[in-house]
Design a binder for this molecule. Structure first.
Ligand code: PAF
Length: 285
């Protein structure tokens, strides 16, 4: 089965209008392509609760921090279309760049507060790029529901805040991270890891779950952090940009998981920046 690819907003809108006239629920799965099982789990979630599903593929230049990173980002449209074929999605929207950023484009969407920490510290401007393109994709697709992975936990929070603040009538649905057998979170960036580095990357998740177990047993974050960083170094990771315990609702730093909490990490391995996060079982006050 071939997937129906649309590249122009006018075509997407014409298609969307017929669905809305029929009273159908439209879901969107925004992606930058290089699809993996994590993305496909979002498509499955969308298919389960929506009458119509749009997958968007757009490598958004505004969310990259360096031209090199943008240039290295995998572009695999044909393989992506093959992966989507069995899912019977209604439209794959692969907008031409001028459909998102036409000549003279001058608007940016910026979410305050929750973007000042973690990814925001190390990737200045990244979330403005994400919020801007996602706002456009929400408005262009007119979807009722949008599906995002918890792997990018802070992104999920930013997108939820943006949709709420701008009164975009869409439900943002967070879906669990899909992992390799080793526990490594699926990511398009994993494609850039060598076989040896992939093996090292598999150490990240057990180190994180080990931290979560100790926090759940009552140790403080300050107590476990040095050993966790040392374990990452011993596993072959380079710079650890952050390893933090944060409140899952506000991203405020925590010492103990007395509220719903997330352990979040960003670390370099073999020239590739990996991020991951897990929920930490809550302790009573
Ligand atoms: O998570 C991604 O793939 C991107 O940040 C998104 C949400 C598609 C926006 O470009």
């Amino acid at each position: 089965m071939t997937v129906p690819i649309l590249r122009r907003l006018a075509d997407l809108r014409a298609q969307h209008a017929t669905w809305i006239r029929a009273g159908e629920v439209v879901g969107v799965v925004p992606t930058m392509g290089a699809l993996h099982a994590g993305h496909l789990s979002l498509v499955e979630a969308a298919k389960a609760t929506c009458d119509r599903v749009i997958v968007t593929i757009f490598v958004n230049p505004r969310q990259f921090n360096s031209p090199e990173d943008l240039a290295k980002y995998p572009r695999t449209e044909r393989a992506d279309a093959e992966k989507l074929a069995p899912f019977d999605v209604d439209v794959v929207y692969v907008p031409d760049p001028d459909q998102i950023y036409p000549d003279g484009y001058a608007t940016s969407v910026s979410v305050e507060g929750i973007t000042d920490v973690l990814e925001g510290t190390f990737r200045p401007g990244h979330f403005d790029g994400v919020a801007t393109v996602v706002a456009k994709l929400f408005l262009q697709t007119g979807a009722h529901k949008a599906f995002f992975g918890e792997k990018d936990f802070q992104q999920l929070m930013v997108v939820r805040r943006m949709a709420r603040d701008l009164d975009i009538p869409i439900e943002v649905v967070g879906c669990p991270t899909v992992r390799e057998d080793s526990g490594l979170a699926m990511s398009s960036r994993n494609m850039r890891l060598s076989v040896e580095a992939l093996e090292k990357a598999g150490r990240l998740y057990p180190i994180m779950t080990g931290c979560a177990d100790r926090l759940a047993a009552g140790e403080t974050f300050d107590q476990i952090e040095p050993e966790a960083r040392a374990a990452l170094q011993a596993a072959g990771f380079g710079e650890v940009e952050y390893l933090d315990l944060r409140c899952a609702d506000t991203l405020a730093p925590l010492q103990t998981p007395t509220r719903p909490a997330r352990l979040l990490v960003a670390a370099w391995l073999d020239g590739v920046r990996l991020i991951d996060n897990i929920a930490v079982p809550q302790l009573s006050d």
